[in-house]
Design a protein. Structure first.
Length: 147
């Protein structure tokens, strides 16, 4: 069972997808966790989610997925778990938070952002969930040790 958790294909494509997704998601997590990059930090983010009717445990899981999950992707550690958390977060954001059409709001002509970003991030996360972290990942090192 643990072997499947760390199993990864020896693919440079998965490596690039893993690092790109981690680098894009991490700043969002750091906004929520520490208030960096113009974010509000942990307490305010938890309060905001709760004010929107999101249960505390879900709010906490979102913050963990976007911060530690993204860091896990960058390092290639627990890639499948990290990708699963990010995929769920993106699906939840597309369904419950970003209901303003398909397109991003490039020209500030709609009420908010669309969900095209969430589709791309979810697709990337699903590829990693299926294939693993690729080469240059801690998962591949752990997988080799387990064999």
């Amino acid at each position: 069972m643990i072997e499947k958790f760390f199993q990864t294909e020896s693919s440079w494509i998965l490596t690039f997808v893993r690092i790109a997704l981690g680098v894009v998601i991490l700043p969002h997590g750091l906004q929520k966790l520490f208030g960096w990059f113009g974010g509000f930090g942990f307490g305010a983010t938890m309060g905001f989610f709760q004010s929107q009717g999101i249960p505390s445990v879900i709010a906490l899981l979102v913050i963990l997925a976007e911060s530690f999950g993204a860091l896990g992707l960058i390092l290639g550690f627990a890639t499948k778990l990290s990708a699963f958390g990010i995929a769920l977060t993106m699906i939840g954001a597309a369904v419950f938070v970003r209901a303003n059409g398909f397109f991003m709001n490039w020209f500030n002509t709609q009420a908010g952002e669309g969900f095209e970003y969430h589709i791309l991030a979810t697709a990337m996360a699903l590829a990693l969930l299926i294939g693993g972290g690729g080469v240059l990942s801690l998962d591949s090192l752990i997988s080799e040790k387990l064999k």
